[in-house]
Design a protein around this ligand. Structure first.
Ligand code: AMP
Ligand code: FE
Ligand code: FE
Ligand code: ZN
Length: 273
């Protein structure tokens, strides 16, 4: 069992990198990647925690890139150097601009939220999940999901778009860090399957190395279709749960949609080098 897509409290997960490593060891995972949104802040801790452990730690990241329709997320897997990353500062500046607008919207509605309230909820990237969590704690929503559907998704009162980077600059950054660029949860793009395959063709032509065919949000029959496509193209095929701890309680570490095990066959050999 492996898991190449997880979030720590350096973005919108609820566990520390060390706790994630400990959980992986307890579950006898062969490998775990920590892939926080737009930050490498948790990787040094993850690396240290995995020393002398039976679980292989794969440093990663998940970047949101500009795309319509839906949200396109790119995983960087197997980062080798991640210290000097001006692009991440740029992304997080843009996040801050958007977050400040959301705070203004909420305060206009009389909710009385401050930036510092959000800072307490993460050691790194601040995003909509932290607003969701604030809304739950302050009695405005019953769950994270409820907060998103009532307030934070497109068309809802506290939705604000955020400027993202281009696919090309995400790929460049990931390659610069010595890592592989993998399309996260491709099925999240709301187009029919044939249109998705065309998009994947284009993304591969732009430098994408692989696809995340196995994911907790991807149904088995769709995984099969992605696997067939990936094998035909000879691209890297990965599997990850997208574990967020208590922020997405229905997602389990090392598990697929129906809580099957994410098999070692979705750990590409290149990531072990
Ligand atoms: P942001 O990048 O700040 O706009 O926030 C988007 C992130 O919110 C996504 O990457 C997801 O991890 C998270 N998210 C989206 N919908 C939900 C949900 N219903 N419950 C919990 N987290 C969510
Ligand atoms: Fe997330
Ligand atoms: Fe994602
Ligand atoms: Zn994710």
């Amino acid at each position: 069992m492996i898991d190449l897509h997880t979030h720590s409290h350096f973005s919108d997960g609820t566990f520390s990198p060390s706790e994630l490593i400990e959980k992986s060891e307890n579950l006898f995972l062969k490998a775990i990647a920590i892939t926080d949104h737009d930050t490498t802040g948790g990787l040094a801790e993850g690396l240290k925690a995995a020393e002398n452990k039976n679980v292989r730690f794969i440093p990663g990241i998940e970047l949101s890139v500009t795309h319509k329709p839906g949200e396109l997320h790119i995983l960087g897997l197997g980062l080798k150097n991640w210290e000097n990353a001006p692009i991440l500062q740029e992304i997080n500046k843009k996040r801050k601009v958007r977050n400040t607008k959301i705070i203004e919207l909420m305060n206009v509605q009389g909710l009385n939220i401050r930036y510092d309230d959000l800072k307490l909820l993460t050691k790194g990237t601040i995003g909509r999940p932290h607003f969701a969590s604030w809304l739950v704690s302050n009695g405005h929503a019953n769950s994270m999901n409820d907060a998103f559907t009532k307030y934070l998704t497109w068309g809802k009162p506290f939705y604000m778009p955020r400027e993202t980077i281009s696919l090309e600059s995400a790929i460049d950054f990931i390659h610069y860090c010595g890592a592989y660029a993998v399309v996260a949860h491709p099925l999240n793009i709301p187009v029919n399957f044939n249109a998705l395959l065309e998009k994947l063709d284009n993304w591969i032509a732009s430098g994408i190395d692989g696809i995340e065919a196995v994911h907790s949000g991807t149904k088995r029959n769709m995984t099969k279709r992605l696997l067939k496509y990936g094998k035909e193209k000879g691209c890297m095929i990965t599997g990850g749960s997208d574990f967020h701890g208590g922020n997405k309680p229905f997602v389990k570490l090392g598990k697929t949609a129906k809580l099957g095990i994410i098999s070692d066959e979705f750990l590409p050999e290149e990531l072990l080098r």
